[in-house]
Write a protein that binds this ligand. Structure first.
Ligand SMILES: Cc1ncc(COP(=O)(O)O)c(C=O)c1O
Length: 334
């Protein structure tokens, strides 16, 4: 990443190399971070976040699960996300807010540790490369997702991604683009970093959120777009073999967007090409960003015209310079 890139860190916009943490950071030892992955798209009307408010809502919900006090309001986090994209002058971006337990003691239950917040913005194209067009070859992982009463899947917490790393690494080692995991009940769960959809007899089928999957924002968008396109939807438990029966399979997520799956365990999905329902949903989804699909849900938020956060709160929270001040100092620097 360019050393010129700016990172929002505890209220300041800092050069990439200066946004650092202490080795005693609790999150480093115990995985106690919650985060989001958000995309900013270059639309005909300029750079726009996709479902920013929903990502921020999930960030705060994840923090609540682990009793982490974010120290900022959702409106301040929204504004900070917008300010970091604006400060880096990016037409499109992948934005990563992360809230984590920072420096202090080494107790498993944090006592003196700070809560730190950082927001990075990176250039990021298609996560699965040309699979977005041609389909990805995936496998069912030998690893399961955690049981629902172990690590809460709805909370997007750093520690959960150790499991994702095992799934993705195994898949990569065996020559697949991605791994799909079953739950401990043996039913289909989700990919290492994506929710899953199947098309069976014209019905769009996906495991329910009660299966212990991340409540994906792209998943929700796909369900709403399907409704708008009159595609019937069923959220229900899906056995593994459905992957080999299905006419179409795709994965979705902020990074993966809508990526068709053309084979599972070296078995072609349908005729091995991208099917019509997947294509229609891709068209509707990507159409949101080039103006072909009307944003009737209010999902897009401009990066510019960001209301800047309340300065007093950031100071009270002990985080020093507000994004507004940081933004103006960046402008002076630039
Ligand atoms: C495990 C997992 N499932 C699903 C998703 C998709 O979620 P979203 O669409 O909110 O990005 C992600 C991506 O963050 C993920 O990491």
């Amino acid at each position: 990443m360019s050393e010129q890139a700016l990172i929002w860190h505890n209220g300041d916009l800092k050069p990439w190399n200066e946004a650092t943490v202490h080795v005693s950071a609790h999150a480093l030892h115990y995985g106690s971070s919650v985060f989001e992955g958000e995309r900013v798209y270059a639309t005909p009307e300029g750079a726009k976040f996709f479902r920013l408010a929903d990502h921020t809502r999930r960030l705060f919900a994840s923090a609540r699960v682990y009793s982490i006090d974010v120290g900022y309001t959702p409106a301040q986090i929204d504004a900070a996300c917008r300010s970091v994209v604006r400060a880096n002058n990016m037409p499109s971006a992948y934005v990563r807010p992360v809230v984590f337990r920072g420096a202090g003691g080494l107790g498993v239950l944090p006592t003196s540790n700070s809560v730190d917040v950082a927001i990075l913005a990176l250039p990021w194209g298609s996560y699965h490369g040309d699979a977005r067009e041609n389909g990805a070859d995936v496998c069912v992982s030998s690893w399961n997702r955690p049981a629902p009463n172990t690590f809460p899947a709805w909370a997007k917490a750093g520690g959960n991604y150790l499991n994702s790393q095992l799934i993705a690494r195994e898949a990569q080692r065996d020559g697949y683009a991605e791994g799909i995991a079953l739950g401990t009940d043996g039913m289909l769960n989700e990919g290492a970093g994506e929710n899953l959809f199947l098309v069976m007899d014209g019905v769009l089928v996906t495991p329910p959120t009660s299966a212990g999957v991340l409540v994906g924002i792209t998943r929700d968008s796909v369900l709403k777009l399907a409704h708008a396109l009159d595609i019937p939807v069923a959220e229900r438990a899906v056995p593994r073999e459905a992957l080999y029966y299905a006419d179409e399979v795709f994965m979705c997520g902020t990074a993966a967007e809508i990526t068709p799956i053309r084979s599972v365990d070296r078995t072609a999905v349908g005729d091995g090409t991208v099917g019509p329902v997947t294509r229609a949903l891709q068209d509707a989804f990507f159409g949101l960003f080039d103006g072909r699909t009307e944003d009737r849900w209010g999902w897009l938020t401009a990066v510019s015209d960001a209301p800047l956060p309340d300065q007093e709160h950031a100071r009270q929270a002990g985080h020093g310079q507000t994004p507004q001040e940081a933004q103006s100092s960046t402008e002076i620097r630039a």
